[in-house]
Design a protein around this ligand. Structure first.
Ligand code: ZN
Length: 207
């Protein structure tokens, strides 16, 4: 972009990364901001080794579009606001131990240039200083295994993980929870590697 265009771009209100309307965005437009105000978090109780899962929003409307904008258009500037909503959905529950992101498929990370759950986990760790960000506690070992499968096939076969020895409790972080099978698979691995209580937080929940 040339210098003149750059000045014009700075003078004009920007395009909202979520709804694509032109508006003052911090980092989204006021309307999307309102839709992303803290709502009623969604709770799900024990599922295998996962104590509970809390999600900031249902996977619909503006929260769903925000997630897509991040995931598919690389709007990584949304990580902060998403993580804040996730922290608020935990509503001051005292937590200790480690924050562990569900690892993304490495090919996808390579193509997109970012790792969405890891980005959320990094922002979460900044807002929850009592917890320690445990990068690399989990690794995927299903490389290539999901490509080309039907959606139901993907759901019936959650990713498999390798874990690193990890004492203490864990807060798992993912962008969206659908059946909970990915979180459960990750939790089983962490549990067999010495983790204590395992809880999870996601930005949205498909219900
Ligand atoms: Zn908007």
């Amino acid at each position: 972009m040339g210098p003149v265009l750059e000045v014009v771009r700075l003078l004009l209100p920007s395009l909202c990364p979520v709804c694509r309307r032109r508006a003052e965005c911090h980092p989204v437009c006021p309307e999307c901001q309102q839709a992303l105000e803290p709502g009623s978090p969604l709770w799900a109780g024990r599922d295998g080794p996962v104590d509970w899962v809390v999600s900031a929003f249902r996977h619909e409307g503006v929260p769903r579009r925000a997630l897509s904008a991040f995931k598919f258009s690389g709007r990584t500037g949304l990580a902060g606001v998403m993580a804040s909503r996730m922290v608020e959905s935990l509503d001051g529950i005292p937590l200790s131990g480690a924050i562990v992101a569900i690892p993304s498929h490495p090919v996808r990370v390579g193509l997109r240039g970012f790792d969405l759950p890891a980005a959320l986990a990094t922002h979460l760790a900044r807002e929850m200083p009592d917890l320690e960000l445990a990068t690399g506690a989990l690794r995927r070992r299903d490389f290539g295994g999901q490509r080309g499968r039907t959606r139901s096939g993907r759901i019936s076969r959650p990713p498999r993980f390798d874990g690193r020895l990890l004492g203490g409790d864990v807060l798992l972080v993912d962008d969206v929870v659908t059946t909970g099978s990915t979180l459960a698979s990750a939790a089983r691995t962490l549990s067999s590697n010495g983790a204590g209580q395992i809880r999870a937080v996601t930005f949205t929940r498909e219900v």
